[in-house]
Structures are given as C-alpha cells and as structure tokens.
Design a binder for this molecule. Structure first.
Ligand code: ZN
Length: 94
C-alpha cells in the first residue's frame, strides 16, 4: 500500500530526492508486514535510515517521532482501537 505519510518519493525528513531507502515504521515480529499493508512506511535518506548513527534504526528519538506521526495520521481516519489492534501499543500519550 502507498505510504499514508507522504505522496512523493522524497526523504520524509529532509524532502531530498535521489538514493532513498524505504523504512517500515513498525518492524519486527510481524510488524513489517502490517506496516507494508497499512502504508506505515516512509522514504528516508540512507544516513537517516541505517547508514549512520543518526539513522532511525539507531536513533530512538527519530524512531519515536515517526511512530507518533504515523499513529496520529492513521487516527485521522481510524479509531484508537483499530490502531491498537494492529500495533498493540499507543505511542501518542507517552
Ligand atoms: Zn528501516
């Protein structure tokens, strides 16, 4: 499914184009497929993905930011219960 967070193929953080990695916002133990099927993914520059320490896979602050923004976007058109049924955790109130 298309990303629910962006329409264009550009880095979600910097809006740069060029070489980009597709990042699934929720990952591990079945979450990657859930992310794929529900559009919970974004394009990122390699250095903001996993090619440097600032990348989302090594940067808890950026990871949390993307999870929160994704949940908020999803909940514009779905309920909290629907999000919880998919991901099992609420990222917006903590
Ligand atoms: Zn990733």
């Amino acid at each position: 499914m298309n990303s629910i967070l962006q329409d264009r193929k550009e880095c979600y953080i910097t809006r740069q184009t060029g070489v980009l990695h597709k990042h699934h916002i929720f990952f591990g133990t079945g979450k990657r497929k859930i992310s794929e099927d529900n559009g919970f993914w974004v394009w990122l520059l390699p250095r903001l993905h996993n090619m440097s320490d600032e990348g989302v896979h090594f940067n808890p602050q950026l990871d949390k930011r993307l999870k929160r923004e994704c949940q908020a976007k999803y909940e514009e058109t779905h309920s909290r219960a629907e999000f919880m049924a998919l991901i099992g955790r609420n990222y917006l109130d903590d």
